[in-house]
Design a binder for this molecule. Structure first.
Ligand code: 6GU
Length: 248
């Protein structure tokens, strides 16, 4: 996959994408992340990219010319053009999976008050937001999208890090994880994890996934389909949580 990122701050992407799994994925040839400073496409004599808004008001708006020219330069037949914007459709694991199947992504990062509306219209851009909060620019959102998408490209994660058991891929939050030491500041690792009984461990993990989702993100259970075993585990969890409340 090729990911071109049109931004006024290309260094942010160079640093982030050189490290860890993203760095490894690039070195192994699964993905190429190419930050493009779209200021260099400005035909303005001062290389400026922003202007005050027509109609008045605060801030500056990024004009269409440098972005349209930059996209024309990097675009291929297969490219999907994504504009990071708080007005976009909401990013999710499902959207990440959809984008991970593309060959070429062009991500456009706005800054200041936003981007001239004609950019999205002329490019037929897919506008994407990473959530209901306001960032100073699209760059952190583009980093989130790049990270979530890259790890889903087949081969990027080894078997040991496989994405299939992740929170959201199963429809549930992940179970808790523990490592050494067995006891830390008076808190022990649950006995079952030291038992060596893999069936029991799997059952415990699944139950704790259900418990966490039930307690922290009950909204996720609306689109989860319960097995008979899940129903029985949920009954146990409700009884356990109720007992815990009565003890306090
Ligand atoms: Cl893509 N951009 C900005 N500026 N704020 C956001 C966002 C994007 N997604 C959520 N908030």
């Amino acid at each position: 996959m090729k990911i071109d990122v049109l931004t006024l701050f290309p260094e942010l992407f160079e640093a982030f994408s050189a490290e860890s799994i993203l760095g490894r994925a690039q070195n192994a040839g699964y993905v190429t992340i190419n930050p493009v400073d779209f200021r260099s496409y400005s035909t303005d004599k001062h290389n400026s990219v922003d202007e005050p808004p027509f109609g008045g008001g605060a801030g500056m708006v990024i004009g269409p010319q440098p972005l349209i020219d930059a996209v024309a330069d990097v675009r291929t037949e297969e490219a999907s053009i994504i504009l990071l914007s708080p007005q976009g459709r909401k990013f999710s694991q499902e959207v990440a999976q959809e984008l991970a199947e593309k060959e070429h992504l062009i991500l456009i990062c706005g800054h200041y008050e936003g981007i001239d509306e004609r950019v999205s219209m002329l490019l037929g851009a897919d506008e994407v937001s990473i959530g209901d909060y306001v960032l100073t620019g699209g760059e952190p959102a583009a980093l989130v999208v790049i990270d979530a998408v890259t790890r889903l490209i087949p081969g990027v994660l080894g078997n040991r890090e496989s994405a299939s058991a992740d929170s959201f891929s199963t429809g549930l939050l992940e179970h808790p994880h523990y490592t050494r030491p067995r006891e830390f500041m008076g808190n022990s690792v649950p006995d079952v994890l030291l038992s060596g009984n893999h069936k029991e461990i799997e059952l415990w993990r699944h139950k704790e996934s259900l418990r966490r989702t039930f307690k922290r993100r009950p909204d996720l259970l609306n689109s989860y389909s319960f097995s008979e075993q899940d129903r029985s585990l949920i009954r146990q969890i409700v009884a356990e949580e109720f007992d815990r409340l009565e003890q306090d």
